[in-house]
Design a protein around this ligand. Structure first.
Ligand code: FMN
Length: 227
């Protein structure tokens, strides 16, 4: 499978979240060989969308001449688009959002009704693409934290999507936490293998991966102690 990973963490390979993403990809590789390309979004030249809509009236041609053209081609050639990012202000970090805004050329100006909402008509066939969001956050709570990012992802990619959200994410970069992060990463690898074989992750396994690794009060106490 051709997998395009967009790493939205400005910390590049030192990203807490990338520990989860790498474990997931390792699991996928256990099931079958995978063609994986990881892009650190922070290192790409991506101008902000100006909102001119030229791309939607101009056969997909954006006014900016930057790295987006190559990235959009790569998205279209992929089987799986995997967004790996830390939760920032209940959403995605700005450089990754800049990328998302610049996907405008992939759809036309025309609108169509889909269920009870309207979407732009695609300028290409996306039916081969699957979408995955792997997002880690700093707080121990998932509720009242991940919902906006997960809802945005579902609205952007309503079909064939999988969402993994992991609280207490900085623990993946803490050596003293390996006792709890190692078994959690083993579960993530299991999920990756399952996803490669079946195209999904069993509900119970996903719920376990998305749950706190240690009780939230204990996590908060440890974090506060380090201040
Ligand atoms: C600008 C900024 C905003 C953040 N917003 C949130 C937030 O809304 N909720 C949360 O739980 N953690 C938040 N965090 C914490 C990060 O999600 C957390 O540190 C994460 O593990 C960083 O992952 P990374 O190493 O992959 O970049 C924020 C961190 C930064 C720097």
């Amino acid at each position: 499978m051709k997998i395009l990973v967009l790493n939205g963490s400005p910390k590049r390979e030192n990203s807490d979240t990338m520990h989860i993403t790498r474990a997931f990809l390792d699991g996928m590789k256990e099931a079958a060989p995978q063609d994986i390309h990881i892009v650190n979004i922070i290192d790409r030249h991506i101008e902000f969308c100006t909102g001119c809509f030229t791309c939607k009236r101009n056969g997909g041609e954006c006014i900016h001449d930057d790295d987006m053209k190559a990235l959009l081609s790569e998205v279209m050639e992929s089987d799986l688009l995997l967004l790996s990012f830390p939760l920032y202000a209940y959403g995605m970090p700005a450089p990754l959002k800049a990328f998302i805004d610049r996907t405008m050329p992939l759809s036309s100006m025309a609108m169509k009704k889909q269920g009870d909402r309207y979407v732009h008509v695609g300028q290409a066939d996306f039916s081969h693409l699957r979408y995955m969001m792997i997002c880690g956050c700093g707080f121990p709570n998932s509720k009242q934290n991940f919902e906006p990012a997960a809802a945005q992802f579902r609205l952007m990619f309503p079909d064939r999507h999988t969402i993994i959200t992991v609280p207490e994410n900085p623990m993946f970069n803490a050596h003293e936490a390996t006792e709890v992060t190692t078994p959690r990463l083993a579960l993530v690898r299991q999920a990756g293998k399952q996803y490669a074989v079946t195209g999904g992750i069993e509900d119970d396994l996903l719920a376990e991966i998305c749950s706190p690794m240690i009780p939230e009060e204990m996590y908060a106490e440890i974090c506060n102690r380090k201040m």
